[in-house]
Design a protein. Structure first.
Ligand code: TRP
Length: 332
């Protein structure tokens, strides 16, 4: 039997190049060899301040991005987390076997608390428990996510272990949860246009979305910081110039790369030219994706029916797990 893979992306707007190279490309590679479920995790999205009037739109954006990128509902299931209510039911049941103190200690929780001191809600504390329910609802074993999610997966394994030992399998109820591990895909570190850190949805001026047209890409790159270009010598290891070169490496051909590396060393680099060539290289990579996305956008009925069917399948699988869980916990 193929191993099951589960992963999700929060609905905070359109996907950008970082998500594409870091997450979606990995998903694409996995759908051919594993039994995959990819989710839009809207219930996780609402643990930080958000605008309810645009949430449905943001969910749809991710669905369209998933489909346009090539995730194929014939090969993998796509779900919208809140439409499979078993996620929250299982999360609640898991919360009864897991200590609050352990959740309060997680780095992600502490970061969010510092970031939104007026918005420290139960959902934020509960975040890793819901994530655990996402994965274990489908008995997922492999989870393609970034290294920042490792502490959450540790919680997932602890909960699986604890559930298995507190509610051991008897003859009829044979449910045993797997202990899922992070699945490293060849996700690239895509640097921010702002010159520091990585491309991020929450940092304006740091990203290029998958749906940006050539003019928008040019505009965003023009705003990226550089230096005078006359220094010469080795290319810096960090900062705006370093990030532009990293992007060149990811998107431009060897010849272009070699040319600008040479120019930098000589102190004759023209950043306007570099940015123009980089804009075109990025746009070239995105154009086929954008064409497919337009087709899906023009066909909302098709998208709706494809997703509905996929969600129905997920609900069926989820209910099977829940039956076993309720039985084991004496609720049925
Ligand atoms: N916490 C993940 C993130 O921020 C999103 C997520 C929610 C997720 N549930 C998941 C990822 C289950 C993998 C599996 O990226």
């Amino acid at each position: 039997m193929k191993k099951r893979v589960y992963s999700g992306i929060r609905a905070t707007g359109r996907l950008h190049l970082g998500n594409y190279l870091g997450a979606v490309k990995g998903m694409l590679a996995l759908q051919d060899s594993y039994d995959c479920i990819f989710s839009v995790v809207d219930l996780h999205t609402i643990t930080v301040p958000y605008d309810p009037s645009v949430l449905q739109g943001s969910i749809q954006e991710i669905v369209l991005d998933y489909l346009a990128a090539g995730l194929d509902p014939k090969k993998c299931l796509l779900e919208i987390q809140s439409q499979v209510p078993q996620h929250t039911e299982l999360a609640y049941l898991f919360s009864t076997i897991y200590p609050v103190s352990r959740l309060e200690d997680l780095p992600t929780y502490k970061e969010k608390k510092a970031q939104y001191p007026k918005y420290v809600n139960m959902g934020l504390l509960y975040y890793p428990v819901l994530m655990t329910a996402d994965i274990l609802l489908y008995k997922g074993e492999l989870v393609p996510v970034g290294i920042d999610q490792e502490p959450h997966l540790e919680v997932t394994r602890e909960i699986a272990r604890k559930f298995n030992s507190m509610y051991p399998s008897t003859g009829s109820g044979s449910l045993t949860f797997p202990e899922p591990v992070r699945f490293k895909t060849n996700g690239e570190h895509v640097p921010s246009l702002s010159g520091t850190g990585k491309m991020s949805k929450s940092v304006e001026g740091s990203y290029i979305t998958l749906t940006d047209d050539l003019e928008t890409i040019r505009k965003r790159l023009r705003a990226a910081p550089t230096d005078s270009g006359t220094k010469g010598g080795e290319i810096p290891k960090e900062g705006g110039v370093a990030n532009l070169f990293k992007l060149l490496e990811l998107f431009a051909d060897n010849k272009t790369n070699t040319k600008y590396t040479h120019d930098y060393r000589q102190g004759t680099i023209r950043y306007a030219d570099l940015k123009e060539e980089l804009s075109q290289a990025i746009y070239k990579e995105l154009a086929p994706f954008q064409a497919r996305r337009k087709e899906f956008e023009a066909n909302p009925k098709l998208v709706e029916s494809v997703i509905e069917e996929s969600i129905r399948e997920c609900q069926k699988m989820a209910e099977e797990t829940m039956k076993e869980v309720r039985k084991k916990m004496g609720l049925e």
